[in-house]
Design a protein around this ligand. Sequence first.
Ligand code: AMP
Ligand code: GLY
Length: 425
Amino acid sequence: MRILVVGSGAREHAIVHALHREDAPEGHELHAAPGNPGIARLATLHDVDPMDSRGVAGLATELGADLVVVGPEAPLVAGVADAVREAGIACFGPSAQAAALEGSKAFAKDVMAAAGVPTAMAHVCTTEQQVVDALDAFGPPYVVKDDGLAAGKGVVVTSDRDEALAHARACLVRRAQDEAAVVIEEFLDGPEVSLFCLSDGTTVVPLAPAQDFKRALDGDQGPNTGGMGAYSPLPWAPQDLVAEVVERVAQPTVDEMHRRGTPFAGVLYCGLALTSRGVRVIEFNARFGDPETQVVLARLATPLAEVLLAAATGHLADQPPLRWLDDAAVTVVLAAHGYPGTVRAGDEVAGVDDAEELAGVHVLHAGTSADDDGRLVSSGGRVLSVVGVGPDLAVARETAYAGLALIELRGAHHRSDIAATMPTL
Ligand code: AMP
Ligand code: GLY
């Protein structure tokens, strides 16, 4: 199959890595736009901006692609998948209208209410007075979310009322031009789980659940980030969790989107809290999660291309059940100096090949680029995702950290407690 993957992060590298290793008779012909230096080893890169719908659709046409896979949320919300489909090419990724499940938290809340999906109670506020009333109605800890896309950084969870109010004000001001809105939510206690559900607009096929570590520092301290590490499987989670989430969350949401005439085809990322009162949706995303994809796809035994094509073309119901390796996977993100604040770029990244020589280790690139002398340098917040695969989580974790230890990047930081302790329910 000739496949174009759109995006340049470790998630897209994980997708390309999974497509590359599968045992298709002649392999796949892989392309990426714009990709990164890690992806360049497995696919042909094209200098096309993921946000340029016409550019992406034009490239897919020129290549004669059989399938386009759109990785990040911003191009989906901007309608890149629509443009590709209009060009007559199968695309894995929801339409702009369906991607609003991620693009607008207020829209997602509306769909969940209509579909009877359990989630945190929330008030969508457009004035400061509404914010004050909502904060005081819920009490601490306060959860304040920017309504629009914010790369995982638009959410503040705090017991400090002034901090909550300041974040809400900033959201209202930032969005003042277009309908400003901030969402104030009930705090959900309990461990978080990410479950990716593939859908062709009708059928839902869940992948294996994973856990992400969103905070910057060990012990879940520090600011929220895009994600600092992940692991899968979740030995502590209830056996019937996946079935329950499909039945109570993913299928009703997909059905509601279908009913509204905006079917959701792609991956519905269910961000969940397992609270004392049951499963609740924290958020939906309209794409694979990063870094959870790095561990989930490392464990998938079924060839990925067939499944993504089936989702893109309305044939998921015809697919045999997914097969999984018995292995566990852990990934640790190496972040640049300053992340998630202002990051420093241009530091040399060394030792990636040494890390990859370790059995069970592969290194996925995100914020890397090649400088004028061809050296690998940092060029973004999350620089690398080091993945360790092993027979159980303890071995996978040791493997990932052994790989990470061989990589040098001045001023970099990472969490040292990914998959170290498991939650209790
Ligand atoms: P979101 O961007 O909505 O996923 O939020 C980012 C992170 O903030 C989540 O992964 C949670 O750790 C935390 N969070 C969001 N909403 C809530 C909530 N209602 N209760 C507790 N924590 C939350
Ligand atoms: N891992 C969190 C996200 O992809 O949004």
